[in-house]
Write a protein that binds this ligand. Sequence first.
Ligand code: DX5
Ligand code: ZN
Length: 223
Amino acid sequence: MSWPTSTQVVPSILSADFGAFRSQVVELLDAGARAFHVDVMDGRFVPVITFGPQVVSSFADLVHERGGTIDVHLMIEDPERQLPEFAKAGADSCTVHVEACPHLHHTLGLMHDLGMGAGVTINPATPVGALREAAREADLLLCMSVNPGWGGQKFIESSLERLGELQALLRPGMGLEVDGGVGPATIERCRAAGANLMVAGAAIYAQPSPGEAWKALTALAGA
Ligand code: DX5
Ligand code: ZN
């Protein structure tokens, strides 16, 4: 699997209305969204518990029939144990935390063996250099621009400088993603700092029309 290197706004379903989940996905697909972000939290690596593989399988059909992809952001301990189930559920890629993976080289290889794209992400307090070796194997680097665990938080401004540092680690064809507090006030600066994949939760799902919000953010990102 190769990551889009063009600029894309990626809806994070964390803030979706789960009573209208599939129809909101269709609305976003109709608007043009082709990559979706699923935030998996285990109540240990982060305090909150969210979803498992069933949520991926509950909308993978809709996304795949339109040629889209689902990335699963694993904010969990021991992510290696869960990778096969997410692959089976229809995840096209998983993104793990460097802070949760003592054997990251092995973890990234496991994702490739399962036929998935391999992403790696880093918390705001972790030095960017912690991704230097992983960048040789990964397909995507994700810069957390909030502390993981909740949607709707304020963007951490120093993330812009960190995006520039991460960009310097990219091999050709790799994606650089930003996640947390991305919205109308921050998306242009994220693009200018080097990110091409912009995850947005509240800025899409907490709006009256997620599809229209996606289109407006996409225009602001110059995509
Ligand atoms: C935070 C999650 C994010 C979250 C972003 O722990 O990783 O993906 O959904 O939400 P917003 O865009 O609302 O900050
Ligand atoms: Zn996320």
